[in-house]
Design a protein around this ligand. Structure first.
Ligand SMILES: [Zn+2]
Length: 188
């Protein structure tokens, strides 16, 4: 029965000011992980798992390209890191912070982990599963454990991705131009 269990998280009882402070802390840590992703040549999305006292228990950033892994999203990497550290595949009472709206795979994994709270920064109009494309948390039967909040430090999270993709487009354009020039200047 999906309604039988109730989260015992103290995130549930924290007041608005405390939650805002925790959310800023968690999202700043997730943004640091996004920087690590970018340094590794991955799309800059970062995630952390945090307890209500602000302790970071798991970290992850996108690793799809480096690991040849379609499941290597920041959230999955952070969940695995936290679950290993906690010695438990369920993470009740903990929150996950991620810079981009989770996809349906990650949202499913986070519900399985029974996180107390999922907080994301920027919306993802392509694969977002928290209202953009699908709205997984709105399925009442799935949603007894996890509170989902979006738009925390949204501007900072979005601009990180925008500048990454802008730089990537510019690099691709420069490479195309260089190839064209090389072809034009090569002797026939
Ligand atoms: Zn995902």
């Amino acid at each position: 029965m999906c309604a039988a269990e109730v989260s015992l998280s103290s995130f549930d009882t924290a007041d608005a000011a405390a939650l805002a402070q925790l959310d800023a802390l968690g999202m700043s840590a997730a943004l640091q992980m996004a920087s690590s992703a970018e340094e590794a040549g991955e799309v800059p999305v970062g995630a952390v798992v945090m307890d209500v006292n602000g302790n970071i228990l798991g970290r992850g950033f996108n690793r799809c390209i480096s690991d040849h892994d379609p499941t290597g999203h920041a959230e999955i990497v952070a969940l695995r890191d936290a679950a290993l550290r906690m010695g438990n595949y369920r993470l009740p009472g903990l929150a996950l912070y991620v810079t981009l709206e989770p996809c349906v795979m990650c949202m499913g994994a986070m519900l399985h982990a029974r996180l107390a709270r999922v907080v994301y920064g920027a919306s993802d109009p392509k694969t977002g599963a928290c209202g953009s494309i699908l709205d997984v948390p709105s399925y009442a039967c799935l949603n007894h454990h996890t509170t989902v909040v979006g738009g925390v430090m949204e501007q900072e999270c979005a601009s990180r991705l925008q500048s990454f993709f802008r730089a990537r487009r510019q690099a691709a354009r420069a490479a195309r131009l260089a190839r064209r020039e090389a072809l034009q200047s090569s002797p026939n």
